[in-house]
Design a protein around this ligand. Structure first.
Ligand code: GL2
Length: 832
């Protein structure tokens, strides 16, 4: 190689401050095409991102090459959502060049924070499920596991939320508007995906009955790859997202007819497939476009996986030893029928062999028990959109039910529950049943949730396949959620126990003994206070509200949903407001109630709750009689970036779902790791958080899942009786219903009051209210004692090591995927 090239190459990728600075200037001019004097913050962000990306490419290729050379077993995480957030600090931090980059920018007269803030938040997900996928990517790469993410490159991510007159209004999230410097377009990685058409039967070469799918519409799936930088930069994995492209032949017919506009319209229509993320969290709307999205990305991913496999193998016998495919919820479950189609129709495998291979390759994670979220596609829709798949699903079902019939001894009710087809009302395909049957492992996401899966949705399947269900309690990546989001605390931790915790969070247990160290407590408080100041400034910027840094920051951040019970928190807020007004001479612990979260655009009740919070905030925040002792803020547009500011500043973490309804939660883990004390029900992973942090260091209240179940089974309760016996609850509800917070429209909250009273209070808000207030009081009392509060906060941080997504991913790797770390060999300069 030409020596000049080589030295320029090394220069381009140097990691020291001078090298970075020179490389920024070069990227700015030659790739962004701007002069330093004219460059905007966004130009600089693109510049820095491109320069950083440049520094991972070699290692990315080394990683991919080593997987290929070792023919390593890969895991493919199929997910309709990847809520990754910003990538600049994440990449810099994982590469270990954060300081160098800051200094290089400094020398150019630029602020790193400004550059970081110019990056849009990649919001390709709704909430916990999508964020979990992103944490798993980080954990797989950080541990050298050969893991690929497969999903959709939505042009519009989750909508941007604004409040107009207190109401949520949705705006399109145009994250790709100015280009995405992290991704590599792969116009040559292109797979056809079919829809509609019909199935033709024919005899194959040996006279066997065979099928082909003909007269179908075709769309192309084009790949975009984003490198996933593991901690330390040793392993760089790939997130491959598919974008829909019209086929060319598609248009030609129309061109020949002279129907140019029609051809262009068709092109636009077919490319709508990857246009927008569905904004419902944990519910399914049954829209055809959604089904097509699911099939689109699943089919492209499977074709890609088989192509990669076939580079090394000539038969499919080894597929389960070389590929583990994880279904993130049922969204990609159609993949089971698709793999059968590919193996049987395209590669001429015998049905039974194909089924063996399919089942051994797939595993399925269930993320919710909410009945409205269990996907069930109308048979008529699948028949029309994916005719061959409907046949395959019938065939899978028939074979399964035939085998089961003998054992079922005429228990037809049981057989119809096990069926892949729900025959009650319009016939539907139960995607959960398909996913269960087509997988060798099925897991829940917390111990409680997994137990409930066995007892409820999958009770019959569990009896049939007792070894299939297992638990994998969720986790969160300590890199993003402690190291990056909370530099104050993470630097403190590192000064005391070293930096081993970043890649092995169990080491954080060494902080336990520091809980009794008065100096450490003081420093821990100082870090928290710094984060609270940062949040207070953010609140002021976003809402104009000034909050007391020394108040309890009582935080509930998550999607707006009735089962998550933001209403319970609001009712407590109103009750506290009343108490403060009634007793102005008492020295109250000041409280700042921080809410944030989006409501699905069509979820009217959740949007009304948003309006209520804003209305309550307006009244409370402007009432001089509470002397700033109470503030209520609802921050707009909650996303990963906002979470990174809010979570490190929280004192109290609200995890107050109706027991049995939150499958796991992951915000609960982020908050506890950052030293917030949880106030919560025994739901989802809260149960395990209590076990780890200890019952003395968490505020548990309310009914258990079992009690909820019994109460509902016995026909429910009368909320009116509960309300009548609790004066502060009654008063709060009366205020809502008489318009104390909505003088301009006194009936505005009628639907809320109705749901909590005559509606039967399905989510048991009134039933848990008294105990919730007791727990809140206990928290406020404790807060009066900063030493004791801090001691418990430290014990939370110190005891959360188990909730690292590294632990979760390792459990998947060992107990489901059977994949092992691969250590890529790199020559040249290392990152650490
Ligand atoms: C969810 C659950 O509601 C949530 O409790 C869980 O933590 C995550 C990740 O497992 O999955 N299920 C779901 O459909 N969404 C979730 O966030 N959207």
């Amino acid at each position: 190689m030409d020596a000049r090239f080589k030295s320029r190459d090394i220069e381009r990728r140097s990691l020291d401050v001078d090298g970075l600075k020179r490389s920024f200037l070069e990227w700015l001019v030659y790739s962004v095409g701007k002069d330093a004097r004219a460059a905007t913050r966004r130009d600089w962000f693109h510049t820095v991102a491109l320069a950083v990306r440049d520094r991972v490419v070699d290692r990315w290729m080394d990683t991919t090459r080593s997987y290929y050379q070792e023919d390593a077993k890969r895991v493919y995480y199929l997910s309709l959502e990847f809520l990754i957030g910003r990538l600049l600090t994440n990449s810099l931090s994982n590469l270990g060049i954060m300081d160098e980059c800051r200094q290089a920018l400094d020398r150019l007269g630029l602020s790193m924070d400004d550059v970081v803030d110019a990056e849009p938040d990649a919001a390709l997900g709704n909430g916990g499920l999508g964020r979990l996928a992103a944490c798993f990517l980080d954990s797989m790469a950080s541990q050298g596991l050969p893991g690929y993410g497969y999903g959709i490159r939505y042009e519009f991510g989750l909508f941007e939320q604004r409040f107009e007159n207190g109401w949520q209004v949705e705006y399109p999230e145009q994250w790709l508007q100015f280009g995405n410097p992290w991704e590599f377009a792969r116009p040559e990685v292109l797979y056809p995906v079919q829809f509609y058409g019909r199935v033709e039967e024919f005899r194959d070469s040996v006279g066997e009955r065979a099928y082909r799918w003909v007269d179908a519409d075709r769309v192309l799936a084009m790949a975009y790859d984003t490198p996933v930088v593991g901690f330390g930069g040793e392993t760089i994995n790939t997130l491959r997202l598919w974008s829909a492209r019209a086929t060319r032949d598609f248009n030609f017919g129309h061109f020949n007819d002279g129907a140019y506009m029609k051809a262009v319209e068709q092109k636009i229509l077919s490319e709508n497939l990857s246009r927008v993320l569905y904004p419902n969290d944990a519910t399914e709307t049954g829209k055809e476009l959604r089904l097509k999205q699911e099939y689109f990305f699943t089919s492209a991913s499977l074709q890609d996986i088989l192509r990669r496999y076939l580079q090394h193998h000539s038969t499919f016998d080894n597929l389960p030893n070389k590929a583990a495919i994880q279904l993130n919820d049922t969204h990609p479950a159609i993949g089971i029928a698709e793999l059968m189609r590919l193996l049987v129709d395209q590669h001429a495998l015998r049905w039974d062999d194909a089924w063996e291979i399919t089942r051994a390759t797939f595993a399925y994670t269930n993320h919710t028990l909410l009945p409205e979220a269990l996907e069930a596609w109308p048979v008529r829709m699948i028949e029309r959109v994916l005719p061959r798949h409907m046949q395959i699903i019938y065939e899978i079902n028939a074979k399964f039910l035939n085998r089961t019939k003998a054992k079922a001894e005429g228990d037809n009710a049981r057989l119809s529950r096990l069926s892949l087809i729900d025959e009650r009302g319009e016939r539907r395909v139960r995607m959960g049943n398909l996913a269960f049957l087509g997988s060798h492992r099925v897991n829940g996401v917390s111990a409680l949730h997994t137990e409930l899966m066995k007892q409820t949705v999958f009770a019959d399947f569990h009896q049939e396949f007792p070894d299939r269900i297992n638990n994998k309690t969720n986790g969160i990546t300590p890199r993003r959620w402690l190291k990056q989001a909370n530099p104050a605390l993470s630097e403190l931790i590192t000064t005391r126990i070293g930096e081993g915790w970043i890649s092995d969070l169990s080491q954080i247990a060494a902080l336990r003994e520091k809980a009794d160290d008065v100096v450490f407590r003081e420093e821990f408080r100082r870090a928290k206070r710094k984060n609270k100041k940062r949040l207070a400034a953010y609140i002021a910027r976003q809402t104009g509200e000034e909050v007391l840094v020394d108040s309890i920051f009582d935080v509930q951040v998550k999607r707006m949903h009735e089962y998550k019970r933001q209403l319970l928190n609001v009712l407590h807020t109103i009750a506290l407001y009343n108490e403060m007004r009634d007793n102005p001479t008492v020295s109250w612990v000041p409280v700042t109630k921080v809410f944030a979260g989006k409501a699905a655009p069509s979820y009217h009740m959740a949007k009304l709750i948003i309006k209520l919070i804003n209305d309550v905030a307006k009244v409370v925040n402007h009432d001089p009689s509470v002397h700033d002792n109470l503030k209520v803020v609802l921050l707009p547009n909650y996303n990963v970036t906002a979470a990174e500011i809010i979570i490190p500043a929280a004192d109290l973490s609200e995890q107050i779902s109706t027991a049995g309804m939150e499958a796991s939660g992951t915000g609960n883990m982020k908050l506890a790791l950052n030293g917030a004390l949880t106030i919560g029900t025994l739901d989802g992973a809260n149960v395990e958080i209590r076990e780890h942090v200890g019952p003395d260091n968490i505020f548990i209240f309310g009914m258990t899942a079992e009690e909820v179940n019994d109460l509902r089974a016995s026909g429910g309760f009368n909320p009116r009786d509960v309300i009548a016996s609790n004066p502060s609850l009654k008063r709060a509800l009366d205020m809502i219903s008489t318009g104390a917070f909505s003088p301009d429209d006194r009936n505005r909250y009628h639907p809320i009051v109705q749901a909590l009273t005559d509606g039967g209070d399905h989510f048991l808000v009134t039933a848990d209210f008294a105990d919730y207030c007791r727990a809140q009081d206990a928290a406020m009392q404790l807060y009066r004692d900063p030493e004791e509060w801090t001691r418990k906060a430290i014990l939370n941080t110190a005891n959360m090591g188990w909730f690292s997504s590294d632990r979760t991913v390792n459990e998947y790797a060992q107990e489901i995927w059977d994949v092992h770390p691969v250590h890529p060999s790199h020559d040249g300069e290392g990152f650490r």
